[in-house]
Design a protein around this ligand. Structure first.
Ligand SMILES: NC(=O)c1ccc[n+]([C@@H]2O[C@H](COP(=O)([O-])OP(=O)(O)OC[C@H]3O[C@@H](n4cnc5c(N)ncnc54)[C@H](OP(=O)(O)O)[C@@H]3O)[C@@H](O)[C@H]2O)c1
Length: 186
C-alpha cells in the first residue's frame, strides 16, 4: 500500500506563507533543493490544493536548457513525470499534462488510491494537507523548517488536530534549515 506524505517548507514558527502571502523566504538553496528532489523522486502522484497547483504549474513550462542549475532541471523533470490531481471548486481547466481536477476531497477515494498505487503519494498545500491529516490519511510528514520567524500567515499544520508523531529522521543544512521526518499515527 502506498503512503500519503505531506512535505512543507515552513518558517520556524510554522508558516508556509506570511501575512502578505509571500513565501520567497522559504526558497530552498541548492543543498536543500537537492534533498527535496530525493524526497520527490519516488512519488507517483501529487494531490494539490488549487493554490499550490497554481504555484507549482510553473514547472510545466520552466526552461530545461543550460540557464537552469542541475538541481532545478532535475526537479523540473521529476515534476513533469508525476501524475497530478488538483482539488478545486473554481478551476476551469488545468495547464499541465497528467493532471485531473477533483471538485471535492473524498477520504474514501484517497484510501482507495493508496491501496491501488504502486508509488507513494504527496499532498499539499497546507489547506488540503490539513484536511488529509484531520481525516487520518497522512502517513508521514517532512517538515523543512527555516531559520526565520514570520509572525503569522498560513499555518503549515492544521489547527485543532491532535496526533502523536514518531520522529523517523532529522538533518541540518548549511543554511540553517532543519529537516524533521515524522510518522503520523492518529
Ligand atoms: N512555503 C513554501 O515553500 C511554499 C511553496 C509553494 C507555495 N506556497 C504557498 O503556500 C500557500 C498554500 O495555500 P493553501 O494552503 O491555502 O492552499 P492549497 O491547499 O494549495 O489550496 C487551497 C484551495 O484548494 C481547493 N480545495 C481545498 N479543499 C478542497 C476541498 N475539500 N474540495 C475541493 N477543493 C478544495 C480550494 O480551491 P478553490 O478555491 O479553487 O475551490 C482552496 O481554495 C499558497 O499560497 C502557495 O503558493 C508555499
Amino acid at each position: 500500500m502506498a503512503k500519503l506524505i505531506y512535505s512543507a517548507i515552513a518558517s520556524l514558527d510554522g508558516y508556509v506563507e506570511d501575512e502578505q502571502g509571500k513565501f520567497e523566504w522559504a526558497a530552498p538553496d541548492e543543498e536543500v533543493f537537492a534533498f527535496v528532489n530525493e524526497l520527490e523522486r519516488p512519488i507517483g502522484t501529487y494531490l494539490y490544493g488549487r493554490r499550490m497547483y497554481e504555484t507549482m504549474v510553473f514547472w510545466e513550462t520552466a526552461s530545461t536548457t543550460g540557464d537552469q542549475s542541475p538541481v532545478t532541471r532535475d526537479f523540473t523533470e521529476i515534476w513533469r513525470a508525476a501524475e497530478k490531481v488538483v482539488y478545486s471548486r473554481t478551476l476551469q481547466a488545468v495547464s499541465s499534462a497528467r493532471t485531473s481536477i477533483e471538485r471535492a476531497f473524498n477520504p474514501d477515494a484517497i484510501r482507495r488510491l493508496k491501496e491501488s498505487s504502486r508509488s507513494d503519494i504527496t499532498v499539499g498545500g497546507a489547506d488540503l494537507a490539513g484536511q488529509a491529516i484531520a481525516e487520518g490519511l497522512v502517513d508521514e510528514c517532512h517538515l523543512l523548517l527555516g531559520p526565520i520567524l514570520v509572525g503569522g500567515g498560513k499555518r503549515a499544520l492544521p489547527a485543532n488536530v491532535h496526533s502523536r508523531l514518531e520522529l523517523l529522521d532529522e538533518r541540518r543544512f548549511g543554511s540553517g534549515v532543519v529537516h524533521l521526518h515524522y510518522r503520523v499515527s492518529v
